[in-house]
Design a protein around this ligand. Structure first.
Ligand code: GLV
Ligand code: MG
Length: 326
């Protein structure tokens, strides 16, 4: 173990994160009863410029007046390069800050972006004598943000999560795709010809590298890595496949840009009963091994050692977190 201990951010269940436009009060009312672990009320890209001011007012009302139960609440503010941003932060924290858990920062580009926002939020919280400290979730969705992802992850004690914003990331890197998330038929390998001259096409995952890079940065700083949107809400199988890829890499959850994706995400980012049972067996086998003074043993014909305990504990702890949340 390094002498540097990674401090973990506040633990929250974040399997599903439902996006709700602040310009639509009916959608916000519906969201307040949804099964989403986290809900972000959007002021940014789902809201047209002419609706920004009204959306801010709607969000203040919704935060104050709706019963959100135990759901974690976030607002996606406008970008730091827009004049909307300061009022998003000042007005919402001053008028409804006690109901807000997180601020989602879109297009985070440098550690200084996070620092600047931390300063502003700290001043408002102090002035309003808010007891709860609001956390930050940053969307990594530009080439600049991805280039600086490690510095962004470590930029503030408020930081809780990094999100992969696949649509803006594709635009920023000038990737040749117009869909929001999922694979691309042009990103494939062609096998050599077999003896009959046949060649197979194997689709690859064009998002593997940025998601893996973001997961590492998030975990190195004790944050939650979260996979962003999957635009085709009429393709639950495609959503499930993307979720399985990102959860396999270490993501804890995924956006739901449509209510129908919430249950899918909750399910796909929960460990299966089979996985949890296996993890418990590994822990028991290793406890027994350690009693016998052994560092490694065989379980079901496979080697397990002390690292296996840590892998298994990830699974068991997640299952316990889900159970505790009811
Ligand atoms: C999310 O904001 C995205 O750009 O994908
Ligand atoms: Mg975006």
């Amino acid at each position: 173990m390094s002498f540097t201990i990674v401090e973990q951010c506040q633990a929250r269940l974040n399997r599903s994160e439902l996006a709700v436009p602040g310009s639509n009060p009916t959608f916000m009312e519906k969201a307040a009863t949804s099964a989403a672990d986290v809900i972000f009320l959007d002021l940014e890209d789902a809201v047209a410029p002419d609706d920004k001011v009204q959306a801010r007012k709607n969000i203040i009302e919704a935060l104050n007046d709706l019963d959100w139960g135990s759901r974690t609440l976030s607002i996606r503010i406008n970008g730091l390069d827009t004049h909307y941003m300061y009022r998003d932060v000042v007005d919402i924290i001053e008028q409804a800050g006690q109901h807000l858990d997180l601020i989602m920062i879109p297009k985070a580009g440098t550690a200084a972006d996070i620092y600047a926002l931390d300063m502003l939020v700290t001043q408002i919280e102090d002035n309003m004598k808010l007891e709860k400290r609001i956390g930050f979730e940053m969307i990594i969705e530009t080439a600049l943000g991805m280039a600086n992802v490690n510095e962004i992850a470590g930029a503030s004690k408020r930081n809780e999560a990094l999100h992969f914003g696949v649509a803006d990331y594709a635009a920023s890197t000038k990737a040749r795709t117009t869909v929001i998330g999922g694979p691309n038929k042009d990103y494939h390998v062609l096998t050599d010809a077999d003896t009959d001259g046949n060649r197979d096409v194997h689709w690859g995952d064009m998002w593997h590298y940025p998601i893996a890079k973001m997961v590492v940065a998030a975990r190195a700083y004790g944050l939650r890595p979260i996979d962003g949107p999957f635009g085709d809400f009429s393709d639950p199988d495609g959503y499930a496949a993307q979720s399985k890829r990102s959860s396999t890499l270490g993501c804890e959850g995924k956006w739901a840009i449509h209510p129908s994706q919430v249950e899918l995400a909750n399910d796909l980012f929960s460990p299966s009963e089979e996985d949890v049972t296996k993890a418990q067996r590994i822990i028991e086998a290793m406890e027994q091994a350690q009693k016998e003074g052994k560092g490694a043993v065989a379980l079901d014909g496979r080697l397990i050692d002390i690292a296996s305990i840590k892998q298994a504990e990830v699974m068991v702890q997640k299952a316990e977190q889900i159970k505790a949340a009811g």
